[in-house]
Ligand binder design. Structure first.
Ligand code: B12
Ligand code: SF4
Ligand code: SF4
Length: 293
């Protein structure tokens, strides 16, 4: 049913607690790696256990939508590929409601809620638990076919599955370190037990999207990115071999490429249904200036 709605893959995990080893959130927070994303400090217990997020939850249906574009926008400033198309929050929510409706046609008592990105639930860990892939050294979820160019969402339900998918134990990054070596800001670090961690304070993605300061850190090297960053993903062998899953048409490509000279109302109109709606026009201007340095 998930594939019929348009999802690229789907797996089901039993709802329970994510262990400290799997999700060392407290260490990440204590290290200050979350920068000023205060929303990451709240609901720590809920982030660890979806049963606290949704009363009576028994299962987590993890869903993947691949988004690798068939071509890239040209020139600088650059916009990260995950923001080329429709805002993925809107896209995935719509698809998840469609999937819930299809399941309810067959099972009218199916009781469920969809989540994507903004709720206190760790999208990547549930995808791993549901057997869909692994967490790579760049800290992103990697699907063996679609790479890390995929959005994640979950349907949390009170329904129990007859059998659950097993956590992913296939191939992983093995000896590769391309993403760690290529990051222009050395933002990829490791936890005390050697698990990859991202220091958001150093990351272009954090700085161009979440940082609300008037200026960006002087030593930040954005390599021309004005919204998000794809550098540690573009070198990944799993992304290089992944099939294209999004058609960037001429009209959208021109819109993206001309956004750096857009006035405030044009920017607002464009960003309304795009992931760019996370930032306001003054941030966009600040980011363009930095990208052109
Ligand atoms: C906060 C956040 C950010 C922050 C911090 C990122 C980070 N790495 O934590 C910032 C603003 C920097 C960010 C950037 C981006 N983000 Co973001 N972000 C989130 C958010 C809201 C929470 C992530 C979180 O819990 N971080 C806390 C830390 C503690 O957890 P963690 O990074 O998962 O790290 C732990 C695990 O990786 C684990 N681990 C690592 N390796 C291994 C190995 C094993 C074997 C095990 C067991 C565990 C393990 O230990 C780590 C250490 O704490 C999620 C949505 C969600 N609700 O889950 C989206 C999400 C992770 N982001 C997403 C995207 C697309 C991006 C960007 C690619 C956007 C862009 N192009 O610019 C970048 C990527 C930067 C990067 N290299 O990570 C997608 C990722 C999809 C995917 N395939 O993984 C998500 C899932 C949103 C979505 N629903 O699609 N993001
Ligand atoms: S998104 Fe860019 S800045 Fe952030 S870790 Fe990856 S390469 Fe480094
Ligand atoms: S570039 Fe290499 S180390 Fe980094 S996520 Fe991809 S396979 Fe893993």
């Amino acid at each position: 049913m998930a594939l019929a709605v348009g999802f690229s893959d789907c797996g089901i995990a039993k709802a329970d607690t994510l262990s400290q080893e799997e999700y060392p959130l407290e260490e990440w927070l204590h290290s200050g790696y979350h920068a000023d994303m205060q929303y990451m400090e709240s609901n720590v217990a809920i982030r660890r256990d979806p049963r606290l997020l949704y009363d009576g939850a028994r299962s987590v249906i993890s869903l993947v939508v691949a988004y690798k574009p068939d071509r890239q926008m040209e020139g600088t400033p650059r916009i990260s590929q995950y923001a080329y198309g429709e805002d993925y929050h809107e896209l995935l929510k719509r698809m998840m409601y469609q999937l819930i409706a299809s399941i309810q046609e067959k099972y009218p008592d199916f009781d469920a809620r969809p989540f994507v990105d903004t709720a206190p639930i760790s999208d990547r860990h549930w995808a791993v638990r549901a057997g869909l892939g692994w967490i790579g050294r760049n800290t992103l979820f990697i699907h063996p076919l679609f790479g890390s160019y995929c959005y994640l969402g979950e349907i949390v339900t009170t329904a129990e599955a007859v059998c659950y998918d097993k956590p992913y134990h296939g191939q992983g990054c093995e000896g590769c370190r391309l993403c760690v070596n290529v990051c222009p800001n050395s933002a990829i670090t490791v936890s005390k037990i050697g698990v990859p961690m991202l220091d958001a304070r150093r990351c272009t993605s954090y700085n161009t999207i979440e940082n609300r300061d008037e200026t960006l850190p002087a030593d930040l090297n954005t390599r021309g990115y004005a919204f998000g960053c794809d550098i540690c993903q573009s070198v990944c062998p799993f992304n290089r071999q992944a099939p294209a899953a999004y058609h960037l048409d001429d009209e959208r490509k021109v819109q993206l490429e001309s956004l750096s000279s857009a006035d405030e109302s044009t920017f607002r109109r464009f960003s309304k249904h795009s992931a760019l709606n996370r930032i306001k026009y003054p941030q966009w201007q600040r980011n363009i200036q930095k990208a052109n340095e």
